[in-house]
Write a protein that binds this ligand. Structure first.
Ligand code: AMP
Ligand code: ZN
Length: 434
């Protein structure tokens, strides 16, 4: 397969007019579906006095209610399900702020559709039957690995379900099975280099790598270049979120200039995160997505909190689905370490549950996989025995690991030494040069 190949050429190159006709038809259908089957949406639609038949043009989407992360948590687990439970084949979850995850369900058709979208993405980067994909994302409740896995199998790739970690074994797998394609987070890619260098492996000479799909957390163009140079490969940016199937929402083509978002499946809007007003193409704002094909769990106007912009220009690859620029950040306070979403409130909850911890704390992000939690502790303990301090620190580290899934470095500091801000506390200090 060459770099100009398509998986579903007809749909990937539909004229804008045809694509918009299709979107409108699907938007009406999905709104009708949730109005009938999901009490949450029935009430929301009634509250904004909107009937599905009132939708006459795509612009009318602005009259529909938003769905937020909090709505997903409040309706957990089955509140947004629009099919009988027997039709659900799979569950995926994503981390939340209150310890309650967000649950997303898939029917057989949903899973097939998600795999089709991934297949489009992969073919767009020039993979062929027999290409070997080493899938280094986490398998399990996360979407990252499994969705990619099924999409890659659809294309006919040879898939190694390696999962993350155990880096020495990862390298051995690459050598033994001549992996051509990697799927991993940017933080792990950077770490991988160090281990390769330590073992004296020159990826350009000793391995068969040709490309990597890198995503799940924000990273810069400079990080992309670095990974490309060291590994001697093409890196394609991959964007997705659990609420919208996981990976396969938007992906770079061979031009590596913005990510095509599959507009026959997702209706995208960019809004001003403060006012909720829709912004024109080209302007930066929060990405809002509506699922157009979902059966099990359609979601209207989901506020992703991710900041990006729509690129209005046609792409030279011939696909008509518009592209979004690299994600610039988030409109909420979530940050991502090692591909895991973390909210400052989770850290705070742990700290406040430990005896001896005082009020003030700070989270310092050093790199894509390293963070330090600095916390003030009460005077008696700070002036007390070293042993007590050491135990307290490991207690906090363990509890944090249990809550957020990564073990940060913990610094216990003297009471009154962390900056106190007027107004909103600045809890997260981001020192990363992304
Ligand atoms: P999850 O639902 O756990 O898969 O996390 C989804 C979130 O990860 C998104 O809302 C983004 O904030 C972030 N994310 C995923 N892919 C990318 C990417 N390519 N660039 C930047 N952020 C990303
Ligand atoms: Zn393109």
């Amino acid at each position: 397969m060459d770099k100009n190949a398509f998986w579903q050429k007809e749909i990937e190159t539909l004229s804008r007019r045809q694509l918009e006709v299709l979107q409108l038809k699907r938007l009406k259908k999905i709104t009708g579906r949730v109005a009938k089957a999901v009490p949450f949406y029935r009430e929301r639609l009634a509250a904004c006095r909107l009937k599905p038949q009132d939708i006459k043009s795509l612009k009318d989407i602005e009259r529909l209610p938003f769905t937020t992360r909090e709505d997903l948590q409040a309706t957990f687990p089955f509140g947004l399900l629009s099919v009988p439970r027997e039709e659900v084949l799979r569950l995926h979850t994503s981390s939340g702020t209150t310890g309650k995850p967000k649950a997303i369900f898939f029917t057989k058709q949903d899973l097939n559709q998600a795999a089709e979208l991934i297949a489009r993405c992969l073919v767009m980067t020039g993979v062929a039957r027999g290409d070997v994909l080493q899938n280094m994302m986490t398998y399990g409740l996360f979407t990252g690995a499994l969705m990619m896995h099924y999409g890659a199998e659809k294309v006919g790739m040879f898939v190694i379900p390696a999962g993350p970690g155990n880096t020495e074994r990862q390298i051995t797998l690459m050598q033994d099975f001549k992996s051509t394609t990697l799927h991993l987070t940017p933080s792990y890619a950077l770490y991988l280099f160090d281990v390769m260098a330590g073992k004296g492996i020159d990826p350009r000479k000793d391995l068969s790598l040709r490309r990597a799909y890198v995503g799940a957390e924000p990273y810069s163009e400079a990080t992309r270049k670095k990974i490309e140079e060291i590994l001697g490969i093409d890196v394609y940016n991959s964007y997705g979120l659990t609420e919208m199937n996981g990976p396969g929402v938007a992906f770079e083509c061979a031009a590596k200039d913005g990510m095509h978002l599959w507009e026959d499946n997702f209706l995208m809007e960019i809004i001003d995160p403060k006012t909720g007003q829709t912004l024109p193409e080209g302007r930066e704002g929060e990405l809002v997505l509506t699922t157009l094909c979902r059966e099990a769990m359609p979601i209207l106007r989901y506020r992703t909190r991710d900041i990006t912009a729509i690129m209005p220009e046609r792409c030279r690859c011939g696909r008509t689905h518009r592209r979004i620029i690299r994600i610039k950040g988030r409109s909420d306070d979530m940050f991502i370490i090692r591909g895991i979403n973390i909210f400052p409130q989770q850290v705070e909850r742990v700290l406040m549950s430990v005896r001896g911890v005082a009020q003030n704390y700070q989270i310092v992000l050093q790199s894509l996989d390293q963070m330090t939690v600095k916390t003030e502790i009460i005077r008696d303990i700070f002036d007390g025995s070293v042993e007590h301090l050491v135990n307290l620190r490991s207690e906090i580290e363990d509890k944090l690991r249990a809550e957020i899934g990564v073990k940060p470095k913990v610094d216990l500091v003297e009471p009154g030494t962390l900056p106190v801000s007027e107004g909103k506390a600045k809890r997260v200090i981001d020192q990363r040069k992304l």
